[in-house]
Structure formats: structure tokens, C-alpha cells
Ligand binder design. Structure first.
Ligand code: ADP
Length: 261
């Protein structure tokens, strides 16, 4: 006979533009399981796939949803903004955090936290893909690489500050930035230099967001793109702050939702 699921389970679902994430926690807030799947399909299908990959008890959990597709998650009792969820998730894993930089597939956010962990200010770029994971995906594809391999290809701390660098990408729109990349290629720029320029260009854009909110240290980097160590180094060089990659950086939003469920 199977045992009944433990009481007080909570499930956070983060339906992002690129990836859907789930975090299951126990009554004390400890992480029991995580799950990641591609989004871009009907939300109910995405949620059913996430649930199938989680332990049986997940079906009995209280559910909260966040992310771009949160309003479409029928099983969620609560729908909470990504800003709030990232603040809660990071606050749980890193109670010393004073700021958060989140870069996902299609947007970037800078969040300044108060001493109590609450959100004091935030700024967001969701209009243009040039400072987001989408730009890195496009650039990686162009050179026959996976995004997960970009950092290693560039060398982990490749990226000096932008001043005086010989190759630059200055467009603030991903379509024009791609044309610039094609131009660099045509001039015979070595792929490693072109890709370093891509990293510097994203670093410049997100540093402006950090400045806008008056980001303070310790600053934690979240979102799928935070797994790119070369980008973390580039952002650190550009904004002059130490960039700490959050624990489980792609799951902090879902964790924040779970904590709110
Ligand atoms: P969203 O919530 O908008 O769907 P995520 O925070 O889940 O975004 O991040 C998705 C982005 O993370 C994608 O652009 C993807 O290319 C990038 N990404 C995923 N895994 C890695 C990795 N191992 N290294 C670098 N980037 C990654």
C-alpha cells in the first residue's frame, strides 16, 4: 500500500517565455524536486508534462504560478508577478541579497531589495531581445554552438570592459545586432572575438538596468542565462560589481512561487 503524500506540499510553476520550471517544496520550504521543460505550447500541456516528472504527491500540493504564462495556469490558486517571486526565491536561498539581476529568454530585470528582502525598486527590459537569452541563442546558432557551450568557447573570463575593445556590437535591437554580427563575420573577425563582443554588448545593456535601480551588493544573478559564466564576468567588468550566480539560478522564480503557494 502506498503511503499518503506528506501534508503541506507546495508547488511553484514558472511559465517563462522559453522554459517552464516547477519547484516542489515541503511544509518547511525545503526543495523536494525541480523540473524544467520547454514552453511555447498550450500551458495546460506544459503543466501536465511538468507534473508527470514530479513525485506523486505533487498532485496534492497547493499551487502558485508566475512567469509570462501565469494567468493561463488553471490549477494555480495564486498568480504572482515574477519580480515578487524572484525576490522571494533569492531571499530564501541567499538572505544577504540586496539586488537581483534576472536574464531569461526574452527579458532582463534588475531588482533592488530592502534589508527585509522586500522589493524596493525594479527595472525591466522586455521590449528588445538584444539584452536577453534570445540574442545569445541567435549568436550561438550562427557559430554552430549550443548556448550552454558559449562560456567555455569564450574562455570563462574573457570579457574585459568595453572601452577600447577592437570589435564591438552597438545596436540596441537584436535584428540590427545580428546584422552587425554578420558584418564582423564578413570582415573575418575570429568567432571568439565576435562572441566576446556579443557578451560585452549584453553586459552594457543590463548594466544600465542595474544603474537605473541603484543596485547594491551582494548582487545575485538568476535566470537560465546566469549559467553563462563568461556573461557574469562581462557584467561584473562593465558595472564594477561582484556578480554572484544564485544557487539553482533558473528555478528562483518557481521557488518564490512555491513559497507563496
Ligand atoms: P524564461 O523564464 O524567459 O523562459 P529562463 O530564465 O528559463 O527564461 O532562461 C531561458 C534562457 O536561458 C534561454 O535563453 C537559454 O538559452 C538560456 N540557457 C539555458 N540553459 C543555459 C546554459 N546552460 N547556459 C547558458 N544559457 C542557458
Amino acid at each position: 500500500m502506498s503511503r499518503p503524500p506528506p501534508a503541506g506540499l507546495r508547488l511553484g510553476l514558472d511559465l517563462g517565455s522559453t522554459a517552464a520550471k516547477a519547484v516542489l517544496i515541503d511544509a518547511g520550504g525545503a526543495i523536494l524536486a525541480t523540473r524544467l521543460d520547454a514552453s511555447g505550447r498550450p500551458p495546460d500541456e506544459v503543466v501536465a508534462d511538468l507534473l508527470r516528472g514530479l513525485p506523486d504527491g505533487a498532485g496534492t500540493a497547493a499551487v502558485a504560478a508566475t512567469g509570462y504564462g501565469r494567468s493561463l495556469v488553471g490549477c494555480a490558486e495564486r498568480k504572482i508577478t515574477e519580480i515578487t517571486c524572484h525576490a522571494r526565491g533569492v531571499g530564501k536561498l541567499h538572505p544577504d541579497a540586496r539586488s537581483i539581476l534576472d536574464i531569461g529568454g526574452q527579458d532582463a530585470k534588475a531588482i533592488r531589495l530592502g534589508r527585509d528582502g522586500g522589493v524596493e525598486d525594479f527595472a525591466m527590459n522586455d521590449r528588445c531581445a538584444a539584452g536577453t537569452g534570445r540574442f545569445l541563442e541567435m549568436a550561438a546558432r550562427r557559430y554552430g554552438l549550443e548556448v550552454a557551450g558559449l562560456s567555455e568557447f569564450c574562455g570563462h573570463s574573457p570579457v574585459q570592459g568595453s572601452k577600447g575593445a577592437p570589435w564591438e556590437i552597438s545596436s540596441t535591437c537584436v535584428v540590427f545586432a545580428e546584422s552587425e554580427l554578420i558584418g564582423l563575420n564578413a570582415r573575418g573577425t575570429p568567432p571568439i572575438e565576435a562572441l566576446r563582443a556579443v557578451h560585452r554588448s549584453i553586459a552594457r545593456r543590463v548594466s544600465l538596468l542595474l544603474k537605473q535601480v541603484g543596485a547594491a551588493e551582494p548582487l545575485y544573478f538568476t535566470g537560465g542565462v546566469a549559467q553563462n559564466a563568461a556573461l557574469a564576468a562581462a557584467i561584473g567588468a562593465e558595472c564594477g560589481m561582484a556578480i554572484r550566480v544564485a544557487e539553482r539560478p533558473q528555478f528562483t522564480g518557481a521557488l518564490g512561487a512555491a513559497l507563496s503557494a
